[in-house]
Design a protein around this ligand. Structure first.
Ligand code: SD4
Length: 292
C-alpha cells in the first residue's frame, strides 16, 4: 500500500502527522488534506494562515484558500473572505459546485453562511500587536511592509491512487483590501491530476502567477520529468525569466509529488522548509537549499 503527502513550511508538521495517520488507515487524500490544513488554520500562532493570520493594511484579516480533487479535476476556491473559521473547508465544499466554484469577498461569506460554516473573528490580539509593530518599522526604518508571509499548501496521494491538494493563506501582510495572490488561483498556487501528480507554491503571489508554476510542474511531470527535475526546472526558469525581463524575482518555493509518491522541492530563497510523509518515511521537516 502506497501513500504520500507533502506540504510547504514547518508549520504543516502537526497537520501532516495527522494526515499521515489518516492515509495509513486508507482514508482519502481529500480528507487528509482538509484535516491537515484545518489544523494549521486553527493554530493561533501561525501568522500567515487562518486564525491569527496577519491583517491587510486596513487591519482586517482577509483569507484565501483553494481545494482541488485530482480525480475529477474539481476546484473550489475563495478569496478575501472575512470572519469565517476554516477557509479550506469552504473551498472544498465549493469544489462540489459545477458553477460558481470560485467566490470572493461578500459572495464567499454569503455562501459560507448559507452552507452552515462557522463564523469567527480571525483577528487575534497577537496579530494586532504585530500589525502595529510592522507599521512603525515600515515608517521608522523604511522596510517593505510586504515581507514575511507563508502559505500552507499540501498535495496528497492516497492508497487508492487518488490525489488532492489544497492551499490556505492570509496572503501578503499589509496587502491592499481585496488583493489576491496565487494561492486560490488554479495552476498558480496549486494543481493536481491523479493520473500525473500535483504541485503547490508559496512566495510572492504576484510573481508566482506570472509563471502558472503549479500547472507547469504537473505538465513537466506529464512529459516525463521526475518531480525533482520538474520542480527545479519550473522554479529556476521562472526566476531567470523574471530577472531577465524585470531585473528581479520575488520569493518562489514549490513542493510536488507524482502519482507514484515520489516528491520534488525547489526554491529561490534560503530557509524554505517543507514536510514530507510517505508509507516509507515518517513525517519529517527538511530545509531545501537554493541551487547555485
Ligand atoms: C500570496 N503566495 O498571497 C501567497 C503568500 C505566500 O509565502 O505564500 N507567502 O501571494
Amino acid at each position: 500500500m502506497k501513500w504520500a503527502i507533502i506540504a510547504t513550511w514547518r508549520m504543516a508538521l502537526e497537520g501532516v502527522q495527522k494526515a499521515n495517520e489518516l492515509l495509513k488507515n486508507k482514508e482519502s487524500s481529500g480528507d487528509a488534506i482538509e484535516t491537515a490544513i484545518k489544523m494549521v488554520e486553527d493554530f493561533p500562532y501561525y501568522k500567515s494562515v487562518g486564525y491569527g493570520g496577519l491583517p491587510n493594511e486596513n487591519g482586517e484579516v482577509e483569507l484565501d484558500a483553494a481545494y482541488m480533487d485530482g480525480d475529477s479535476l474539481s476546484i473550489g476556491a475563495i478569496a478575501g473572505i472575512k470572519d469565517f473559521k476554516n477557509p479550506i473547508s469552504i473551498a472544498r465544499k465549493l469544489s462540489e459546485e459545477k458553477f460558481n466554484c470560485f467566490l470572493v469577498g461578500h459572495g464567499a461569506e454569503e455562501y459560507a453562511h448559507k452552507n452552515g460554516f462557522e463564523r469567527a473573528n480571525m483577528l487575534t490580539d497577537r496579530a494586532i500587536i504585530h500589525y502595529k509593530n510592522r507599521l512603525k518599522e515600515t515608517v521608522d526604518k523604511g522596510l517593505s511592509p510586504y515581507a514575511g508571509h507563508d502559505t500552507v499548501g499540501m498535495v496528497a496521494l492516497d492508497s487508492n491512487y487518488s490525489m488532492a491538494c489544497g492551499t490556505s493563506t492570509s496572503g501578503l501582510f499589509m496587502k491592499k483590501r481585496g488583493r489576491t495572490g496565487d494561492s486560490p488561483l488554479s495552476g498558480s498556487g496549486f494543481y493536481v491530476d491523479s493520473e500525473i501528480g500535483g504541485a503547490t507554491a508559496t512566495g510572492l503571489g504576484e510573481d508566482i502567477m506570472k509563471g502558472c508554476i503549479s500547472y507547469e510542474i504537473v505538465r513537466l511531470m506529464k512529459d516525463g520529468y521526475t518531480p525533482q527535475e520538474a520542480a527545479d526546472k519550473a522554479v529556476y526558469e521562472l526566476n531567470k525569466l523574471l530577472v531577465d525581463r524585470r531585473k528581479e524575482a520575488g520569493d518562489i518555493s514549490v513542493v510536488c509529488i507524482n502519482n507514484k509518491g515520489e516528491f520534488g522541492v525547489a526554491t529561490n530563497i534560503e530557509g524554505f522548509s517543507f514536510v514530507i510523509a510517505t508509507d516509507k518515511l515518517a513525517p519529517t521537516v527538511y530545509v531545501c537549499s537554493v541551487e547555485n
